[in-house]
Design a protein around this ligand. Structure first.
Ligand code: PLP
Length: 372
């Protein structure tokens, strides 16, 4: 891959001087349009990426937009050995007038900072995070699809690049953003999933890394995911390290719906604070639903489902927005929510949120940020 055009953008709010290196052989419009017709999820990538360096001495420096391509690292780079890596996930949405927006990105920036603290990585200032998104969309805006429920999935990540096998926080780090066009998650309408109760494995323990968006948490969830598949389930529900309280799915938060209209989501130090969750609870609360964030035992869900006090459950996260849960499958019992698919509340909350994201209804909370 080659790149020829070097442009230096004027200094921005962060004070950083950006370099823009355009891809010399960016894919032609016809090829891009073919991909955007049926993008799938996480398989195709845009022509450019963001690359910013950090060193103990120089802080954040050399921010640039680069042609998308392999990252060359020393085999001794700490990320390969000690998994010092964190990431984020958010989307860019195309509105009817062609403008491109993202959703609450300052929450992603703040969460990346919290993840960084836990993984002994440097904190990226919020302005630099937002500038990075704008710079990437300035060159790759044509990659944001326009069909209903499609988006450009943005994947910021940070890795330890220092070549050193001693065990300590790396003194050289890289921050990157790549982008991948994403199709509608539920192409045939929203369908409930079956989830597997992981009794043998947890994703996080007290004082661990559960509240950080940390690659290692995902690595640890792959074996239980395989187990879920063997039991006909698409996702895994993890409990706390005592095996009594509900935590979350591998990459989505959990919400239980009660007959009296209450929405309850588990609280714990080892749950990832979802932005979709926070937003859905805000919408529900504005509609008059009582919202509780507290410890919830597995027994409460089992008994509530039997008595009819708990009428349904859903999972939520940026990728799928809202996924109704039809069944929780455990080795020796099952919880079934018959009307999981039809739950009026699940579907209407999903619709209300996506209408804001796609610019089809007014953004009264100031959640949307224009990128291009
Ligand atoms: C990213 C993530 C979520 C969902 O967070 P959103 O901000 O809503 O996308 C939930 N749980 C885990 C473990 C995650 O990594």
């Amino acid at each position: 891959m080659t790149a020829n055009l070097h442009l230096t953008a004027p200094p921005t709010a962060s004070g950083l001087l950006w370099q823009v290196v355009r891809h010399e052989s960016a894919r032609p419009a016809s090829e891009r349009e073919d991909i955007l017709v049926n993008p799938g999820f996480g398989v195709s990538f845009t022509d450019h990426m963001i690359d910013i360096c950090w060193s103990e001495k120089g802080g954040w420096h050399r921010p640039r937009v680069m042609p998308y391509g392999p990252i060359s690292l020393d085999p001794a780079a700490a990320v390969f050995h000690y998994a010092q890596e964190i990431f984020e996930g958010l989307k860019a949405y195309r509105h009817a007038d062609g403008s491109i927006w993202t959703f609450r990105p300052e929450m992603n920036a703040a969460r990346l900072q919290r993840s960084a603290r836990r993984l002994a990585l440097p904190e990226l200032p919020t302005e630099v995070f937002l500038e990075s998104l704008r710079h990437l969309l300035a060159v790759d805006a044509a990659w944001v699809p326009g069909a209903p429920e499609t988006s450009l999935y943005l994947r910021p990540f940070m890795i330890a690049k220092e070549a050193f096998l001693g065990v300590r926080a790396a003194k050289k780090v890289g921050f990157y953003i790549i982008a991948s066009p994403a199709g509608a998650y539920f192409s045939g309408g929203v369908k409930p999933v079956s989830i597997w109760l992981s009794e043998r494995y947890t994703r996080a323990g007290k004082g661990g890394t559960g509240a950080a968006k940390f690659g290692g948490n995902y690595a640890a969830s792959l074996l239980p995911m395989t187990e879920a598949g063997e039991h006909g389930c698409q996702q895994v529900l993890f409990l706390d390290d005592t095996g009594t309280h509900l935590e979350e799915l591998g990459g989505m938060n959990l919400v239980l719906m009660y007959r009296d209209g209450r929405l309850v989501t588990p609280e714990s130090d080892s749950i990832l604070a979802g932005i979709t969750l926070d937003s859905l609870l805000a919408l529900a609360s504005s509609r008059g639903h009582a919202v509780e964030q507290r410890r919830v035992s597995l027994a409460e869900w089992r008994e509530g489902a039997v008595s009819g006090e708990i009428t349904g459950a859903f999972a939520c996260g940026t990728a799928a927005v809202v996924t109704p849960i039809g069944r929780l499958v455990a080795p020796d019992f099952e919880i079934v929510h018959e009307d999981g698919a039809a739950s009026e509340l699940t579907l209407s909350l999903r619709e209300e949120l996506t209408e804001i994201q796609y610019g089809q209804s007014a953004d009264t909370r100031g959640w949307m940020v224009r990128l291009a």
